[in-house]
Every structure is written in C-alpha cells, then in structure tokens.
Design a protein around this ligand. Structure first.
Ligand SMILES: *Cc1c(COP(=O)(O)O)cnc(C)c1O
Length: 233
C-alpha cells in the first residue's frame, strides 16, 4: 500500500512532465496538490515522504485534526482549503491554511480579510468559478468573477492569486476541456483589467480524471485525490 502511494505520485509527476512538454509548457510551473479528504494520517505521511508538499482539505475541522497529528513532520507543508467555506469558519481558515481556493462571495472575502488583519497576516485566495453553471455547486458565474475580483482587491489582507474551478462530471474527460479553456480566458480577461494588488497567476483545475486536459489548458495547480491514495472509503 505504502509503495503504491509513492509509485502513484511518481507516475503522476511523470505524466505531468510529459504532458507539459507536449503542450509546450514548463512543468515547473505546475504544482501537484494532494487531496486528503477521508485519507488516513499514515497514508498522508507516506505521500509527504514521497515528496508531496501541498495538501488540500475540504473541511476545516478535518484539517485541524490532521495538522495536529502531522506536527512531527518537519519539512514545510502548505495547507490549501479547497472545499466550500462557511463564513463562520473564516477565522479558523485564516489561521490554518496557506491558500483558500473557494472564495465565492464578497461576504466571505470581507470576513477573511478582517480575520487576517487581526492576526497580522495576508491570506492567499483564488476565486472559485462555477464554470458549468450547476445549481449544486458553489462558485461565482464566469460573468460575476471580474466584479468579485475588483471588490476583493480593495481588501488589503487578501492576496488574490487566480481562479479555481470544478467542471461538471463527465464520463469522457475530454468534455471538461471547454470549461478549463473558459477559466484560462477568464484569467486573461481579469489580468487585462490590471486591478492593483491582483495577481492572476494561478489556475487551480484538474482532478484525477481530467488533470492532463487541464494541463493542456493552462492549469498551474492540479488537485489529485484518488489518483494518489486510491478510491475513498
Ligand atoms: C475531492 C476533490 C478533488 C480530488 O478529486 P479526485 O477525483 O479524488 O482526484 C479535487 N478538488 C476538489 C475540490 C475536491 O473536492
């Protein structure tokens, strides 16, 4: 099992490198984030031992528990919040995460900023875009994203670094391509607005089933769970 996790990671890193080369991209600009929801601590430690440096969590409480257990791990680890974030969890999120991928409303931006200011830090955020317009998913519509970027830019303790999306689920990964392409275009549109303080450099997109397509379309962070740890319980 243990050897399996490191073999999976090695394979994914090779796939990323090969796909980046094919797409004429520099593989060093693509980060692999390991999604650890419902994954046992010893398996997370194996992934860290195999070279993973960014962990993605969907739930604040689960992340807090894991961070306490993983305190023994001495190398630097970045924790990213990739799930929907409730406003009342903003204070905890600011303390325990390095980046929030799920900024989807101004109310949350204001609260994150306030909490970040209180602790004297800046929190990195990505705007989550509901690229498929699905009723069940959070995220702003592509049309709303530039306005949220403009409003959030005035908040001094937030550092807006890019966009995130989860396309609708498809059996055929190729069908996710237009949603990834749309996110890349949107990143360029927002970058062209030259909003002071906004850096449109990250595109968090692509999961186990479709990360290679996402790399073709410009992903800089791929979020992979099952591909590293196997099917979730
Ligand atoms: C679960 C999850 C992933 C990883 O999905 P896999 O199919 O296991 O790779 C990526 N991003 C988000 C937001 C998730 O919730």
């Amino acid at each position: 099992m243990v050897a399996e996790i490191s073999a999976n990671i090695r394979q994914i890193l090779e796939n990323i490198a090969a796909r980046a080369a094919r797409a004429g991209r520099d593989a060093s600009e693509i980060k692999l984030l390991a999604v650890t929801k419902k994954v046992d601590d010893n398996r997370i430690l194996e992934a860290l031992a195999a070279g993973i440096t960014i962990l993605g969590e969907n739930y604040v409480q689960e992340a807090l528990r894991k961070q306490a257990l993983l305190e023994k791990w001495e190398k630097p680890v970045e924790w990213h919040m990739i799930g929907h974030l409730q406003t009342r969890k903003a204070a905890l999120a600011v303390r325990f995460f390095d980046m929030i991928h799920s900024l989807d409303r101004m109310e949350l931006a204001v609260e994150l900023n306030k909490r970040a200011q209180a602790t004297g830090r800046t929190i990195k955020v990505l705007i989550e875009v509901n690229s498929g317009g699905e009723a069940t998913k959070s995220g702003v519509s592509p049309e709303q994203a530039p306005d949220l970027a403009k409003s959030a830019a005035s908040l001094k303790n937030l550092s807006l670094q890019g966009l995130m999306t989860i396309p609708p689920p498809f059996d055929e990964p190729e069908r996710a391509r237009p949603y990834f392409a749309r996110l890349r275009e949107l990143k360029e549109e927002i970058a062209a607005l030259r909003i002071p303080g906004v850096q449109m450099k990250e595109l968090s997109m692509g999961m186990t089933a479709d990360y290679l397509i996402a790399i073709d379309e410009g992903a800089t962070i791929v979020r992979i769970g099952r591909g590293i740890f196997g099917e979730r319980k």
